[in-house]
Design a protein around this ligand. Structure first.
Ligand code: AMP
Length: 127
């Protein structure tokens, strides 16, 4: 089944400039901005500018240029946040929620980059 992209989702509206965002990085194919409800001192969302619902959709349908740009942007945001372990940072976690079980709230691909505090183990058994 093909993905249907909702043009009215909040990140599409951010990309159209209809609502503001706190930009950390913008490249040809990618935008990174601060999450409005941060879960840690550093909490940035990285999104492709193209209409992709989630990571597997992006993997299937995006061009090589978009994919390289996106992945490089993720690394650059880590550098800008100062969280890269190889450069003296304390580390970070990347999360990309998808669909019902992944508890995805906004249906436009985004990865969360979270850092600035100890994050605990990746998953608990709750609820
Ligand atoms: P997810 O549950 O992975 O879909 O996460 C969606 C994220 O988007 C949540 O962490 C929200 O706090 C965040 N969010 C929702 N609206 C905005 C917005 N206008 N600007 C920045 N972050 C937002």
């Amino acid at each position: 089944m093909a993905y249907e992209y909702d043009e009215q989702n909040i990140f599409a509206r951010i990309l159209r400039g209809e609502i503001p965002n706190n930009t950390v990085l913008e490249t040809e194919h990618t935008l990174a901005f601060r999450d409005t409800t941060p879960q840690a001192p550093d909490h940035v969302l990285v999104i492709p500018k193209g209409p992709y619902v989630n990571f597997d959709h992006f993997s299937d349908a995006a061009s090589p240029e978009e994919i390289v740009d996106f992945i490089r942007a993720v690394g650059e945001v880590c550098r800008l946040l100062g969280v890269k372990p190889g450069e003296g940072g304390e580390g970070y976690r990347i999360i990309s929620n998808s669909g019902k079980n992944g508890v995805q709230e906004v249906p436009h691909l985004h990865v969360h980059i979270v850092g600035g505090r100890w994050l605990g183990r990746i998953l608990t058994k709750t609820p």
